[in-house]
Design a binder for this molecule. Sequence first.
Ligand code: ACO
Length: 429
Amino acid sequence: MSNNTLSITDNRTGKNYDVPIEHDTIRASDLRQIKVKSDDFGMMTYDPAYMNTASCKSEITYIDGDLGILEYRGYPIEQLAEKSTFLEVAYLLIHGELPNQEQSDYWVQRIMRHTYVHQTLTRLMEVFRYDSHPMSILISCVAIQSTFYPEARNVDDPKVREKQIWRIIGRLPTIAAFAYRHRIGRPYNYPDSTLDYASNFLYMLDNMGERNYEVDPIMAKALDILFILHADHEQNCSTSVMRSIGSSRVDPFTALSGAAGALYGPLHGGANEQALLMLRQIGSVANIPTYIERVKKGELRLMGFGHRVYKNYDPRAKIIKKIAYDVFNVTKKRSHLIDIAVELEQIALNDPYFVERKLYPNVDFYSGIIYQAMGFPIDMYPVLFAIPRAAGWLAQWAEMVQDKDQKIARPRQIYLGAPRRDYVTIAER
Ligand code: ACO
């Protein structure tokens, strides 16, 4: 018998089964042979929230939560944040390798040309109420693009796939900037495709018609690095949604609007907002000890701390902390929240409650402070997450579409409802 198997004894029947192990994993469908009677459905696994189920094989992003490691296609996030650009990282995630100069020039040119939106979308923007949440606008505007580009449903054609990828990565900053300008009642700025990706986004958000308007390069660089850090995080909630919707072979606009919907939720893309609100609520360094005591009593959670996967310092949090100081140097408005955050972090990292539970700052602990210093309103935070994460969603979607192991996503259930019964007319109920 091979050592690479798992032996299972079914104590209901006394029968033994050997199930192959590959990559420290067994195939759930191999359990179906385990039956009491020959016409039984067979054994399943019960795994709400996919706590211990691999839904795919992937070559895109690697995380070691215990060691605090995050790599895109094998490249450490620290090196990419220091040396790369968001568009290069998007290429890496989607194509698997860093581009050479020619590939890079073509990719950047294609994406930046697709920053222009269909005029119908500009008109559509007007129908949203003045106080519409920009993330709801983004979700709707991504979905509607499937009506402009019906060919996008040919998801098995690599050329068609690539074109939709350019369109989505190109358009998202424009949609986000238009949603923001709509909210504040200002005319839209059309994209300037001669600028880099982050600079063009800041230009569309901020420009007030100044002839010599210049985007601050330090702000643009900080935003670009934040985009790199948020570009992918393997099989999280929104990425699983992207794969799941995409598995029905629907077009990527529809799938991506669903993924953005998942990101919109407060347990996913909304945690940086919660972290910022918490720092405001603490109010001053002097109030930290009382706040920590309340957290330890279980009355509150320290927002921006802890992670389902990382049981060590989230590598993205370290990089973000440094960016915060770069941004403050430009805005000259050092937020007192950073002092509270740094002190809170120090106290928590030395307190046995947090040490024993392996609770460390996550990506959301400092990002809200940076967005605030850059002047973004709080409801733009999930939008700032969605723009770069689209690169990851599209990379994972493209991998899924080409994966011969994949079929339409269709989980099983354990039915615990009423047994068969006969219909009763309303008069008899
Ligand atoms: N503050 C205080 N205590 C915490 C925190 C926290 N932020 N997070 C976990 N704990 C404690 C729990 O109370 C629990 O203690 P116990 O064993 O005494 O009951 C223990 O640590 C384990 O917590 P779980 O909830 O089981 O951990 P889980 O992995 O399910 O939760 C999560 C991870 C949801 C991120 C959690 O740490 C949390 O709520 N953090 C605050 C919210 C946050 O920052 N979310 C952003 C995550 S990053 C992202 O989504 C991009």
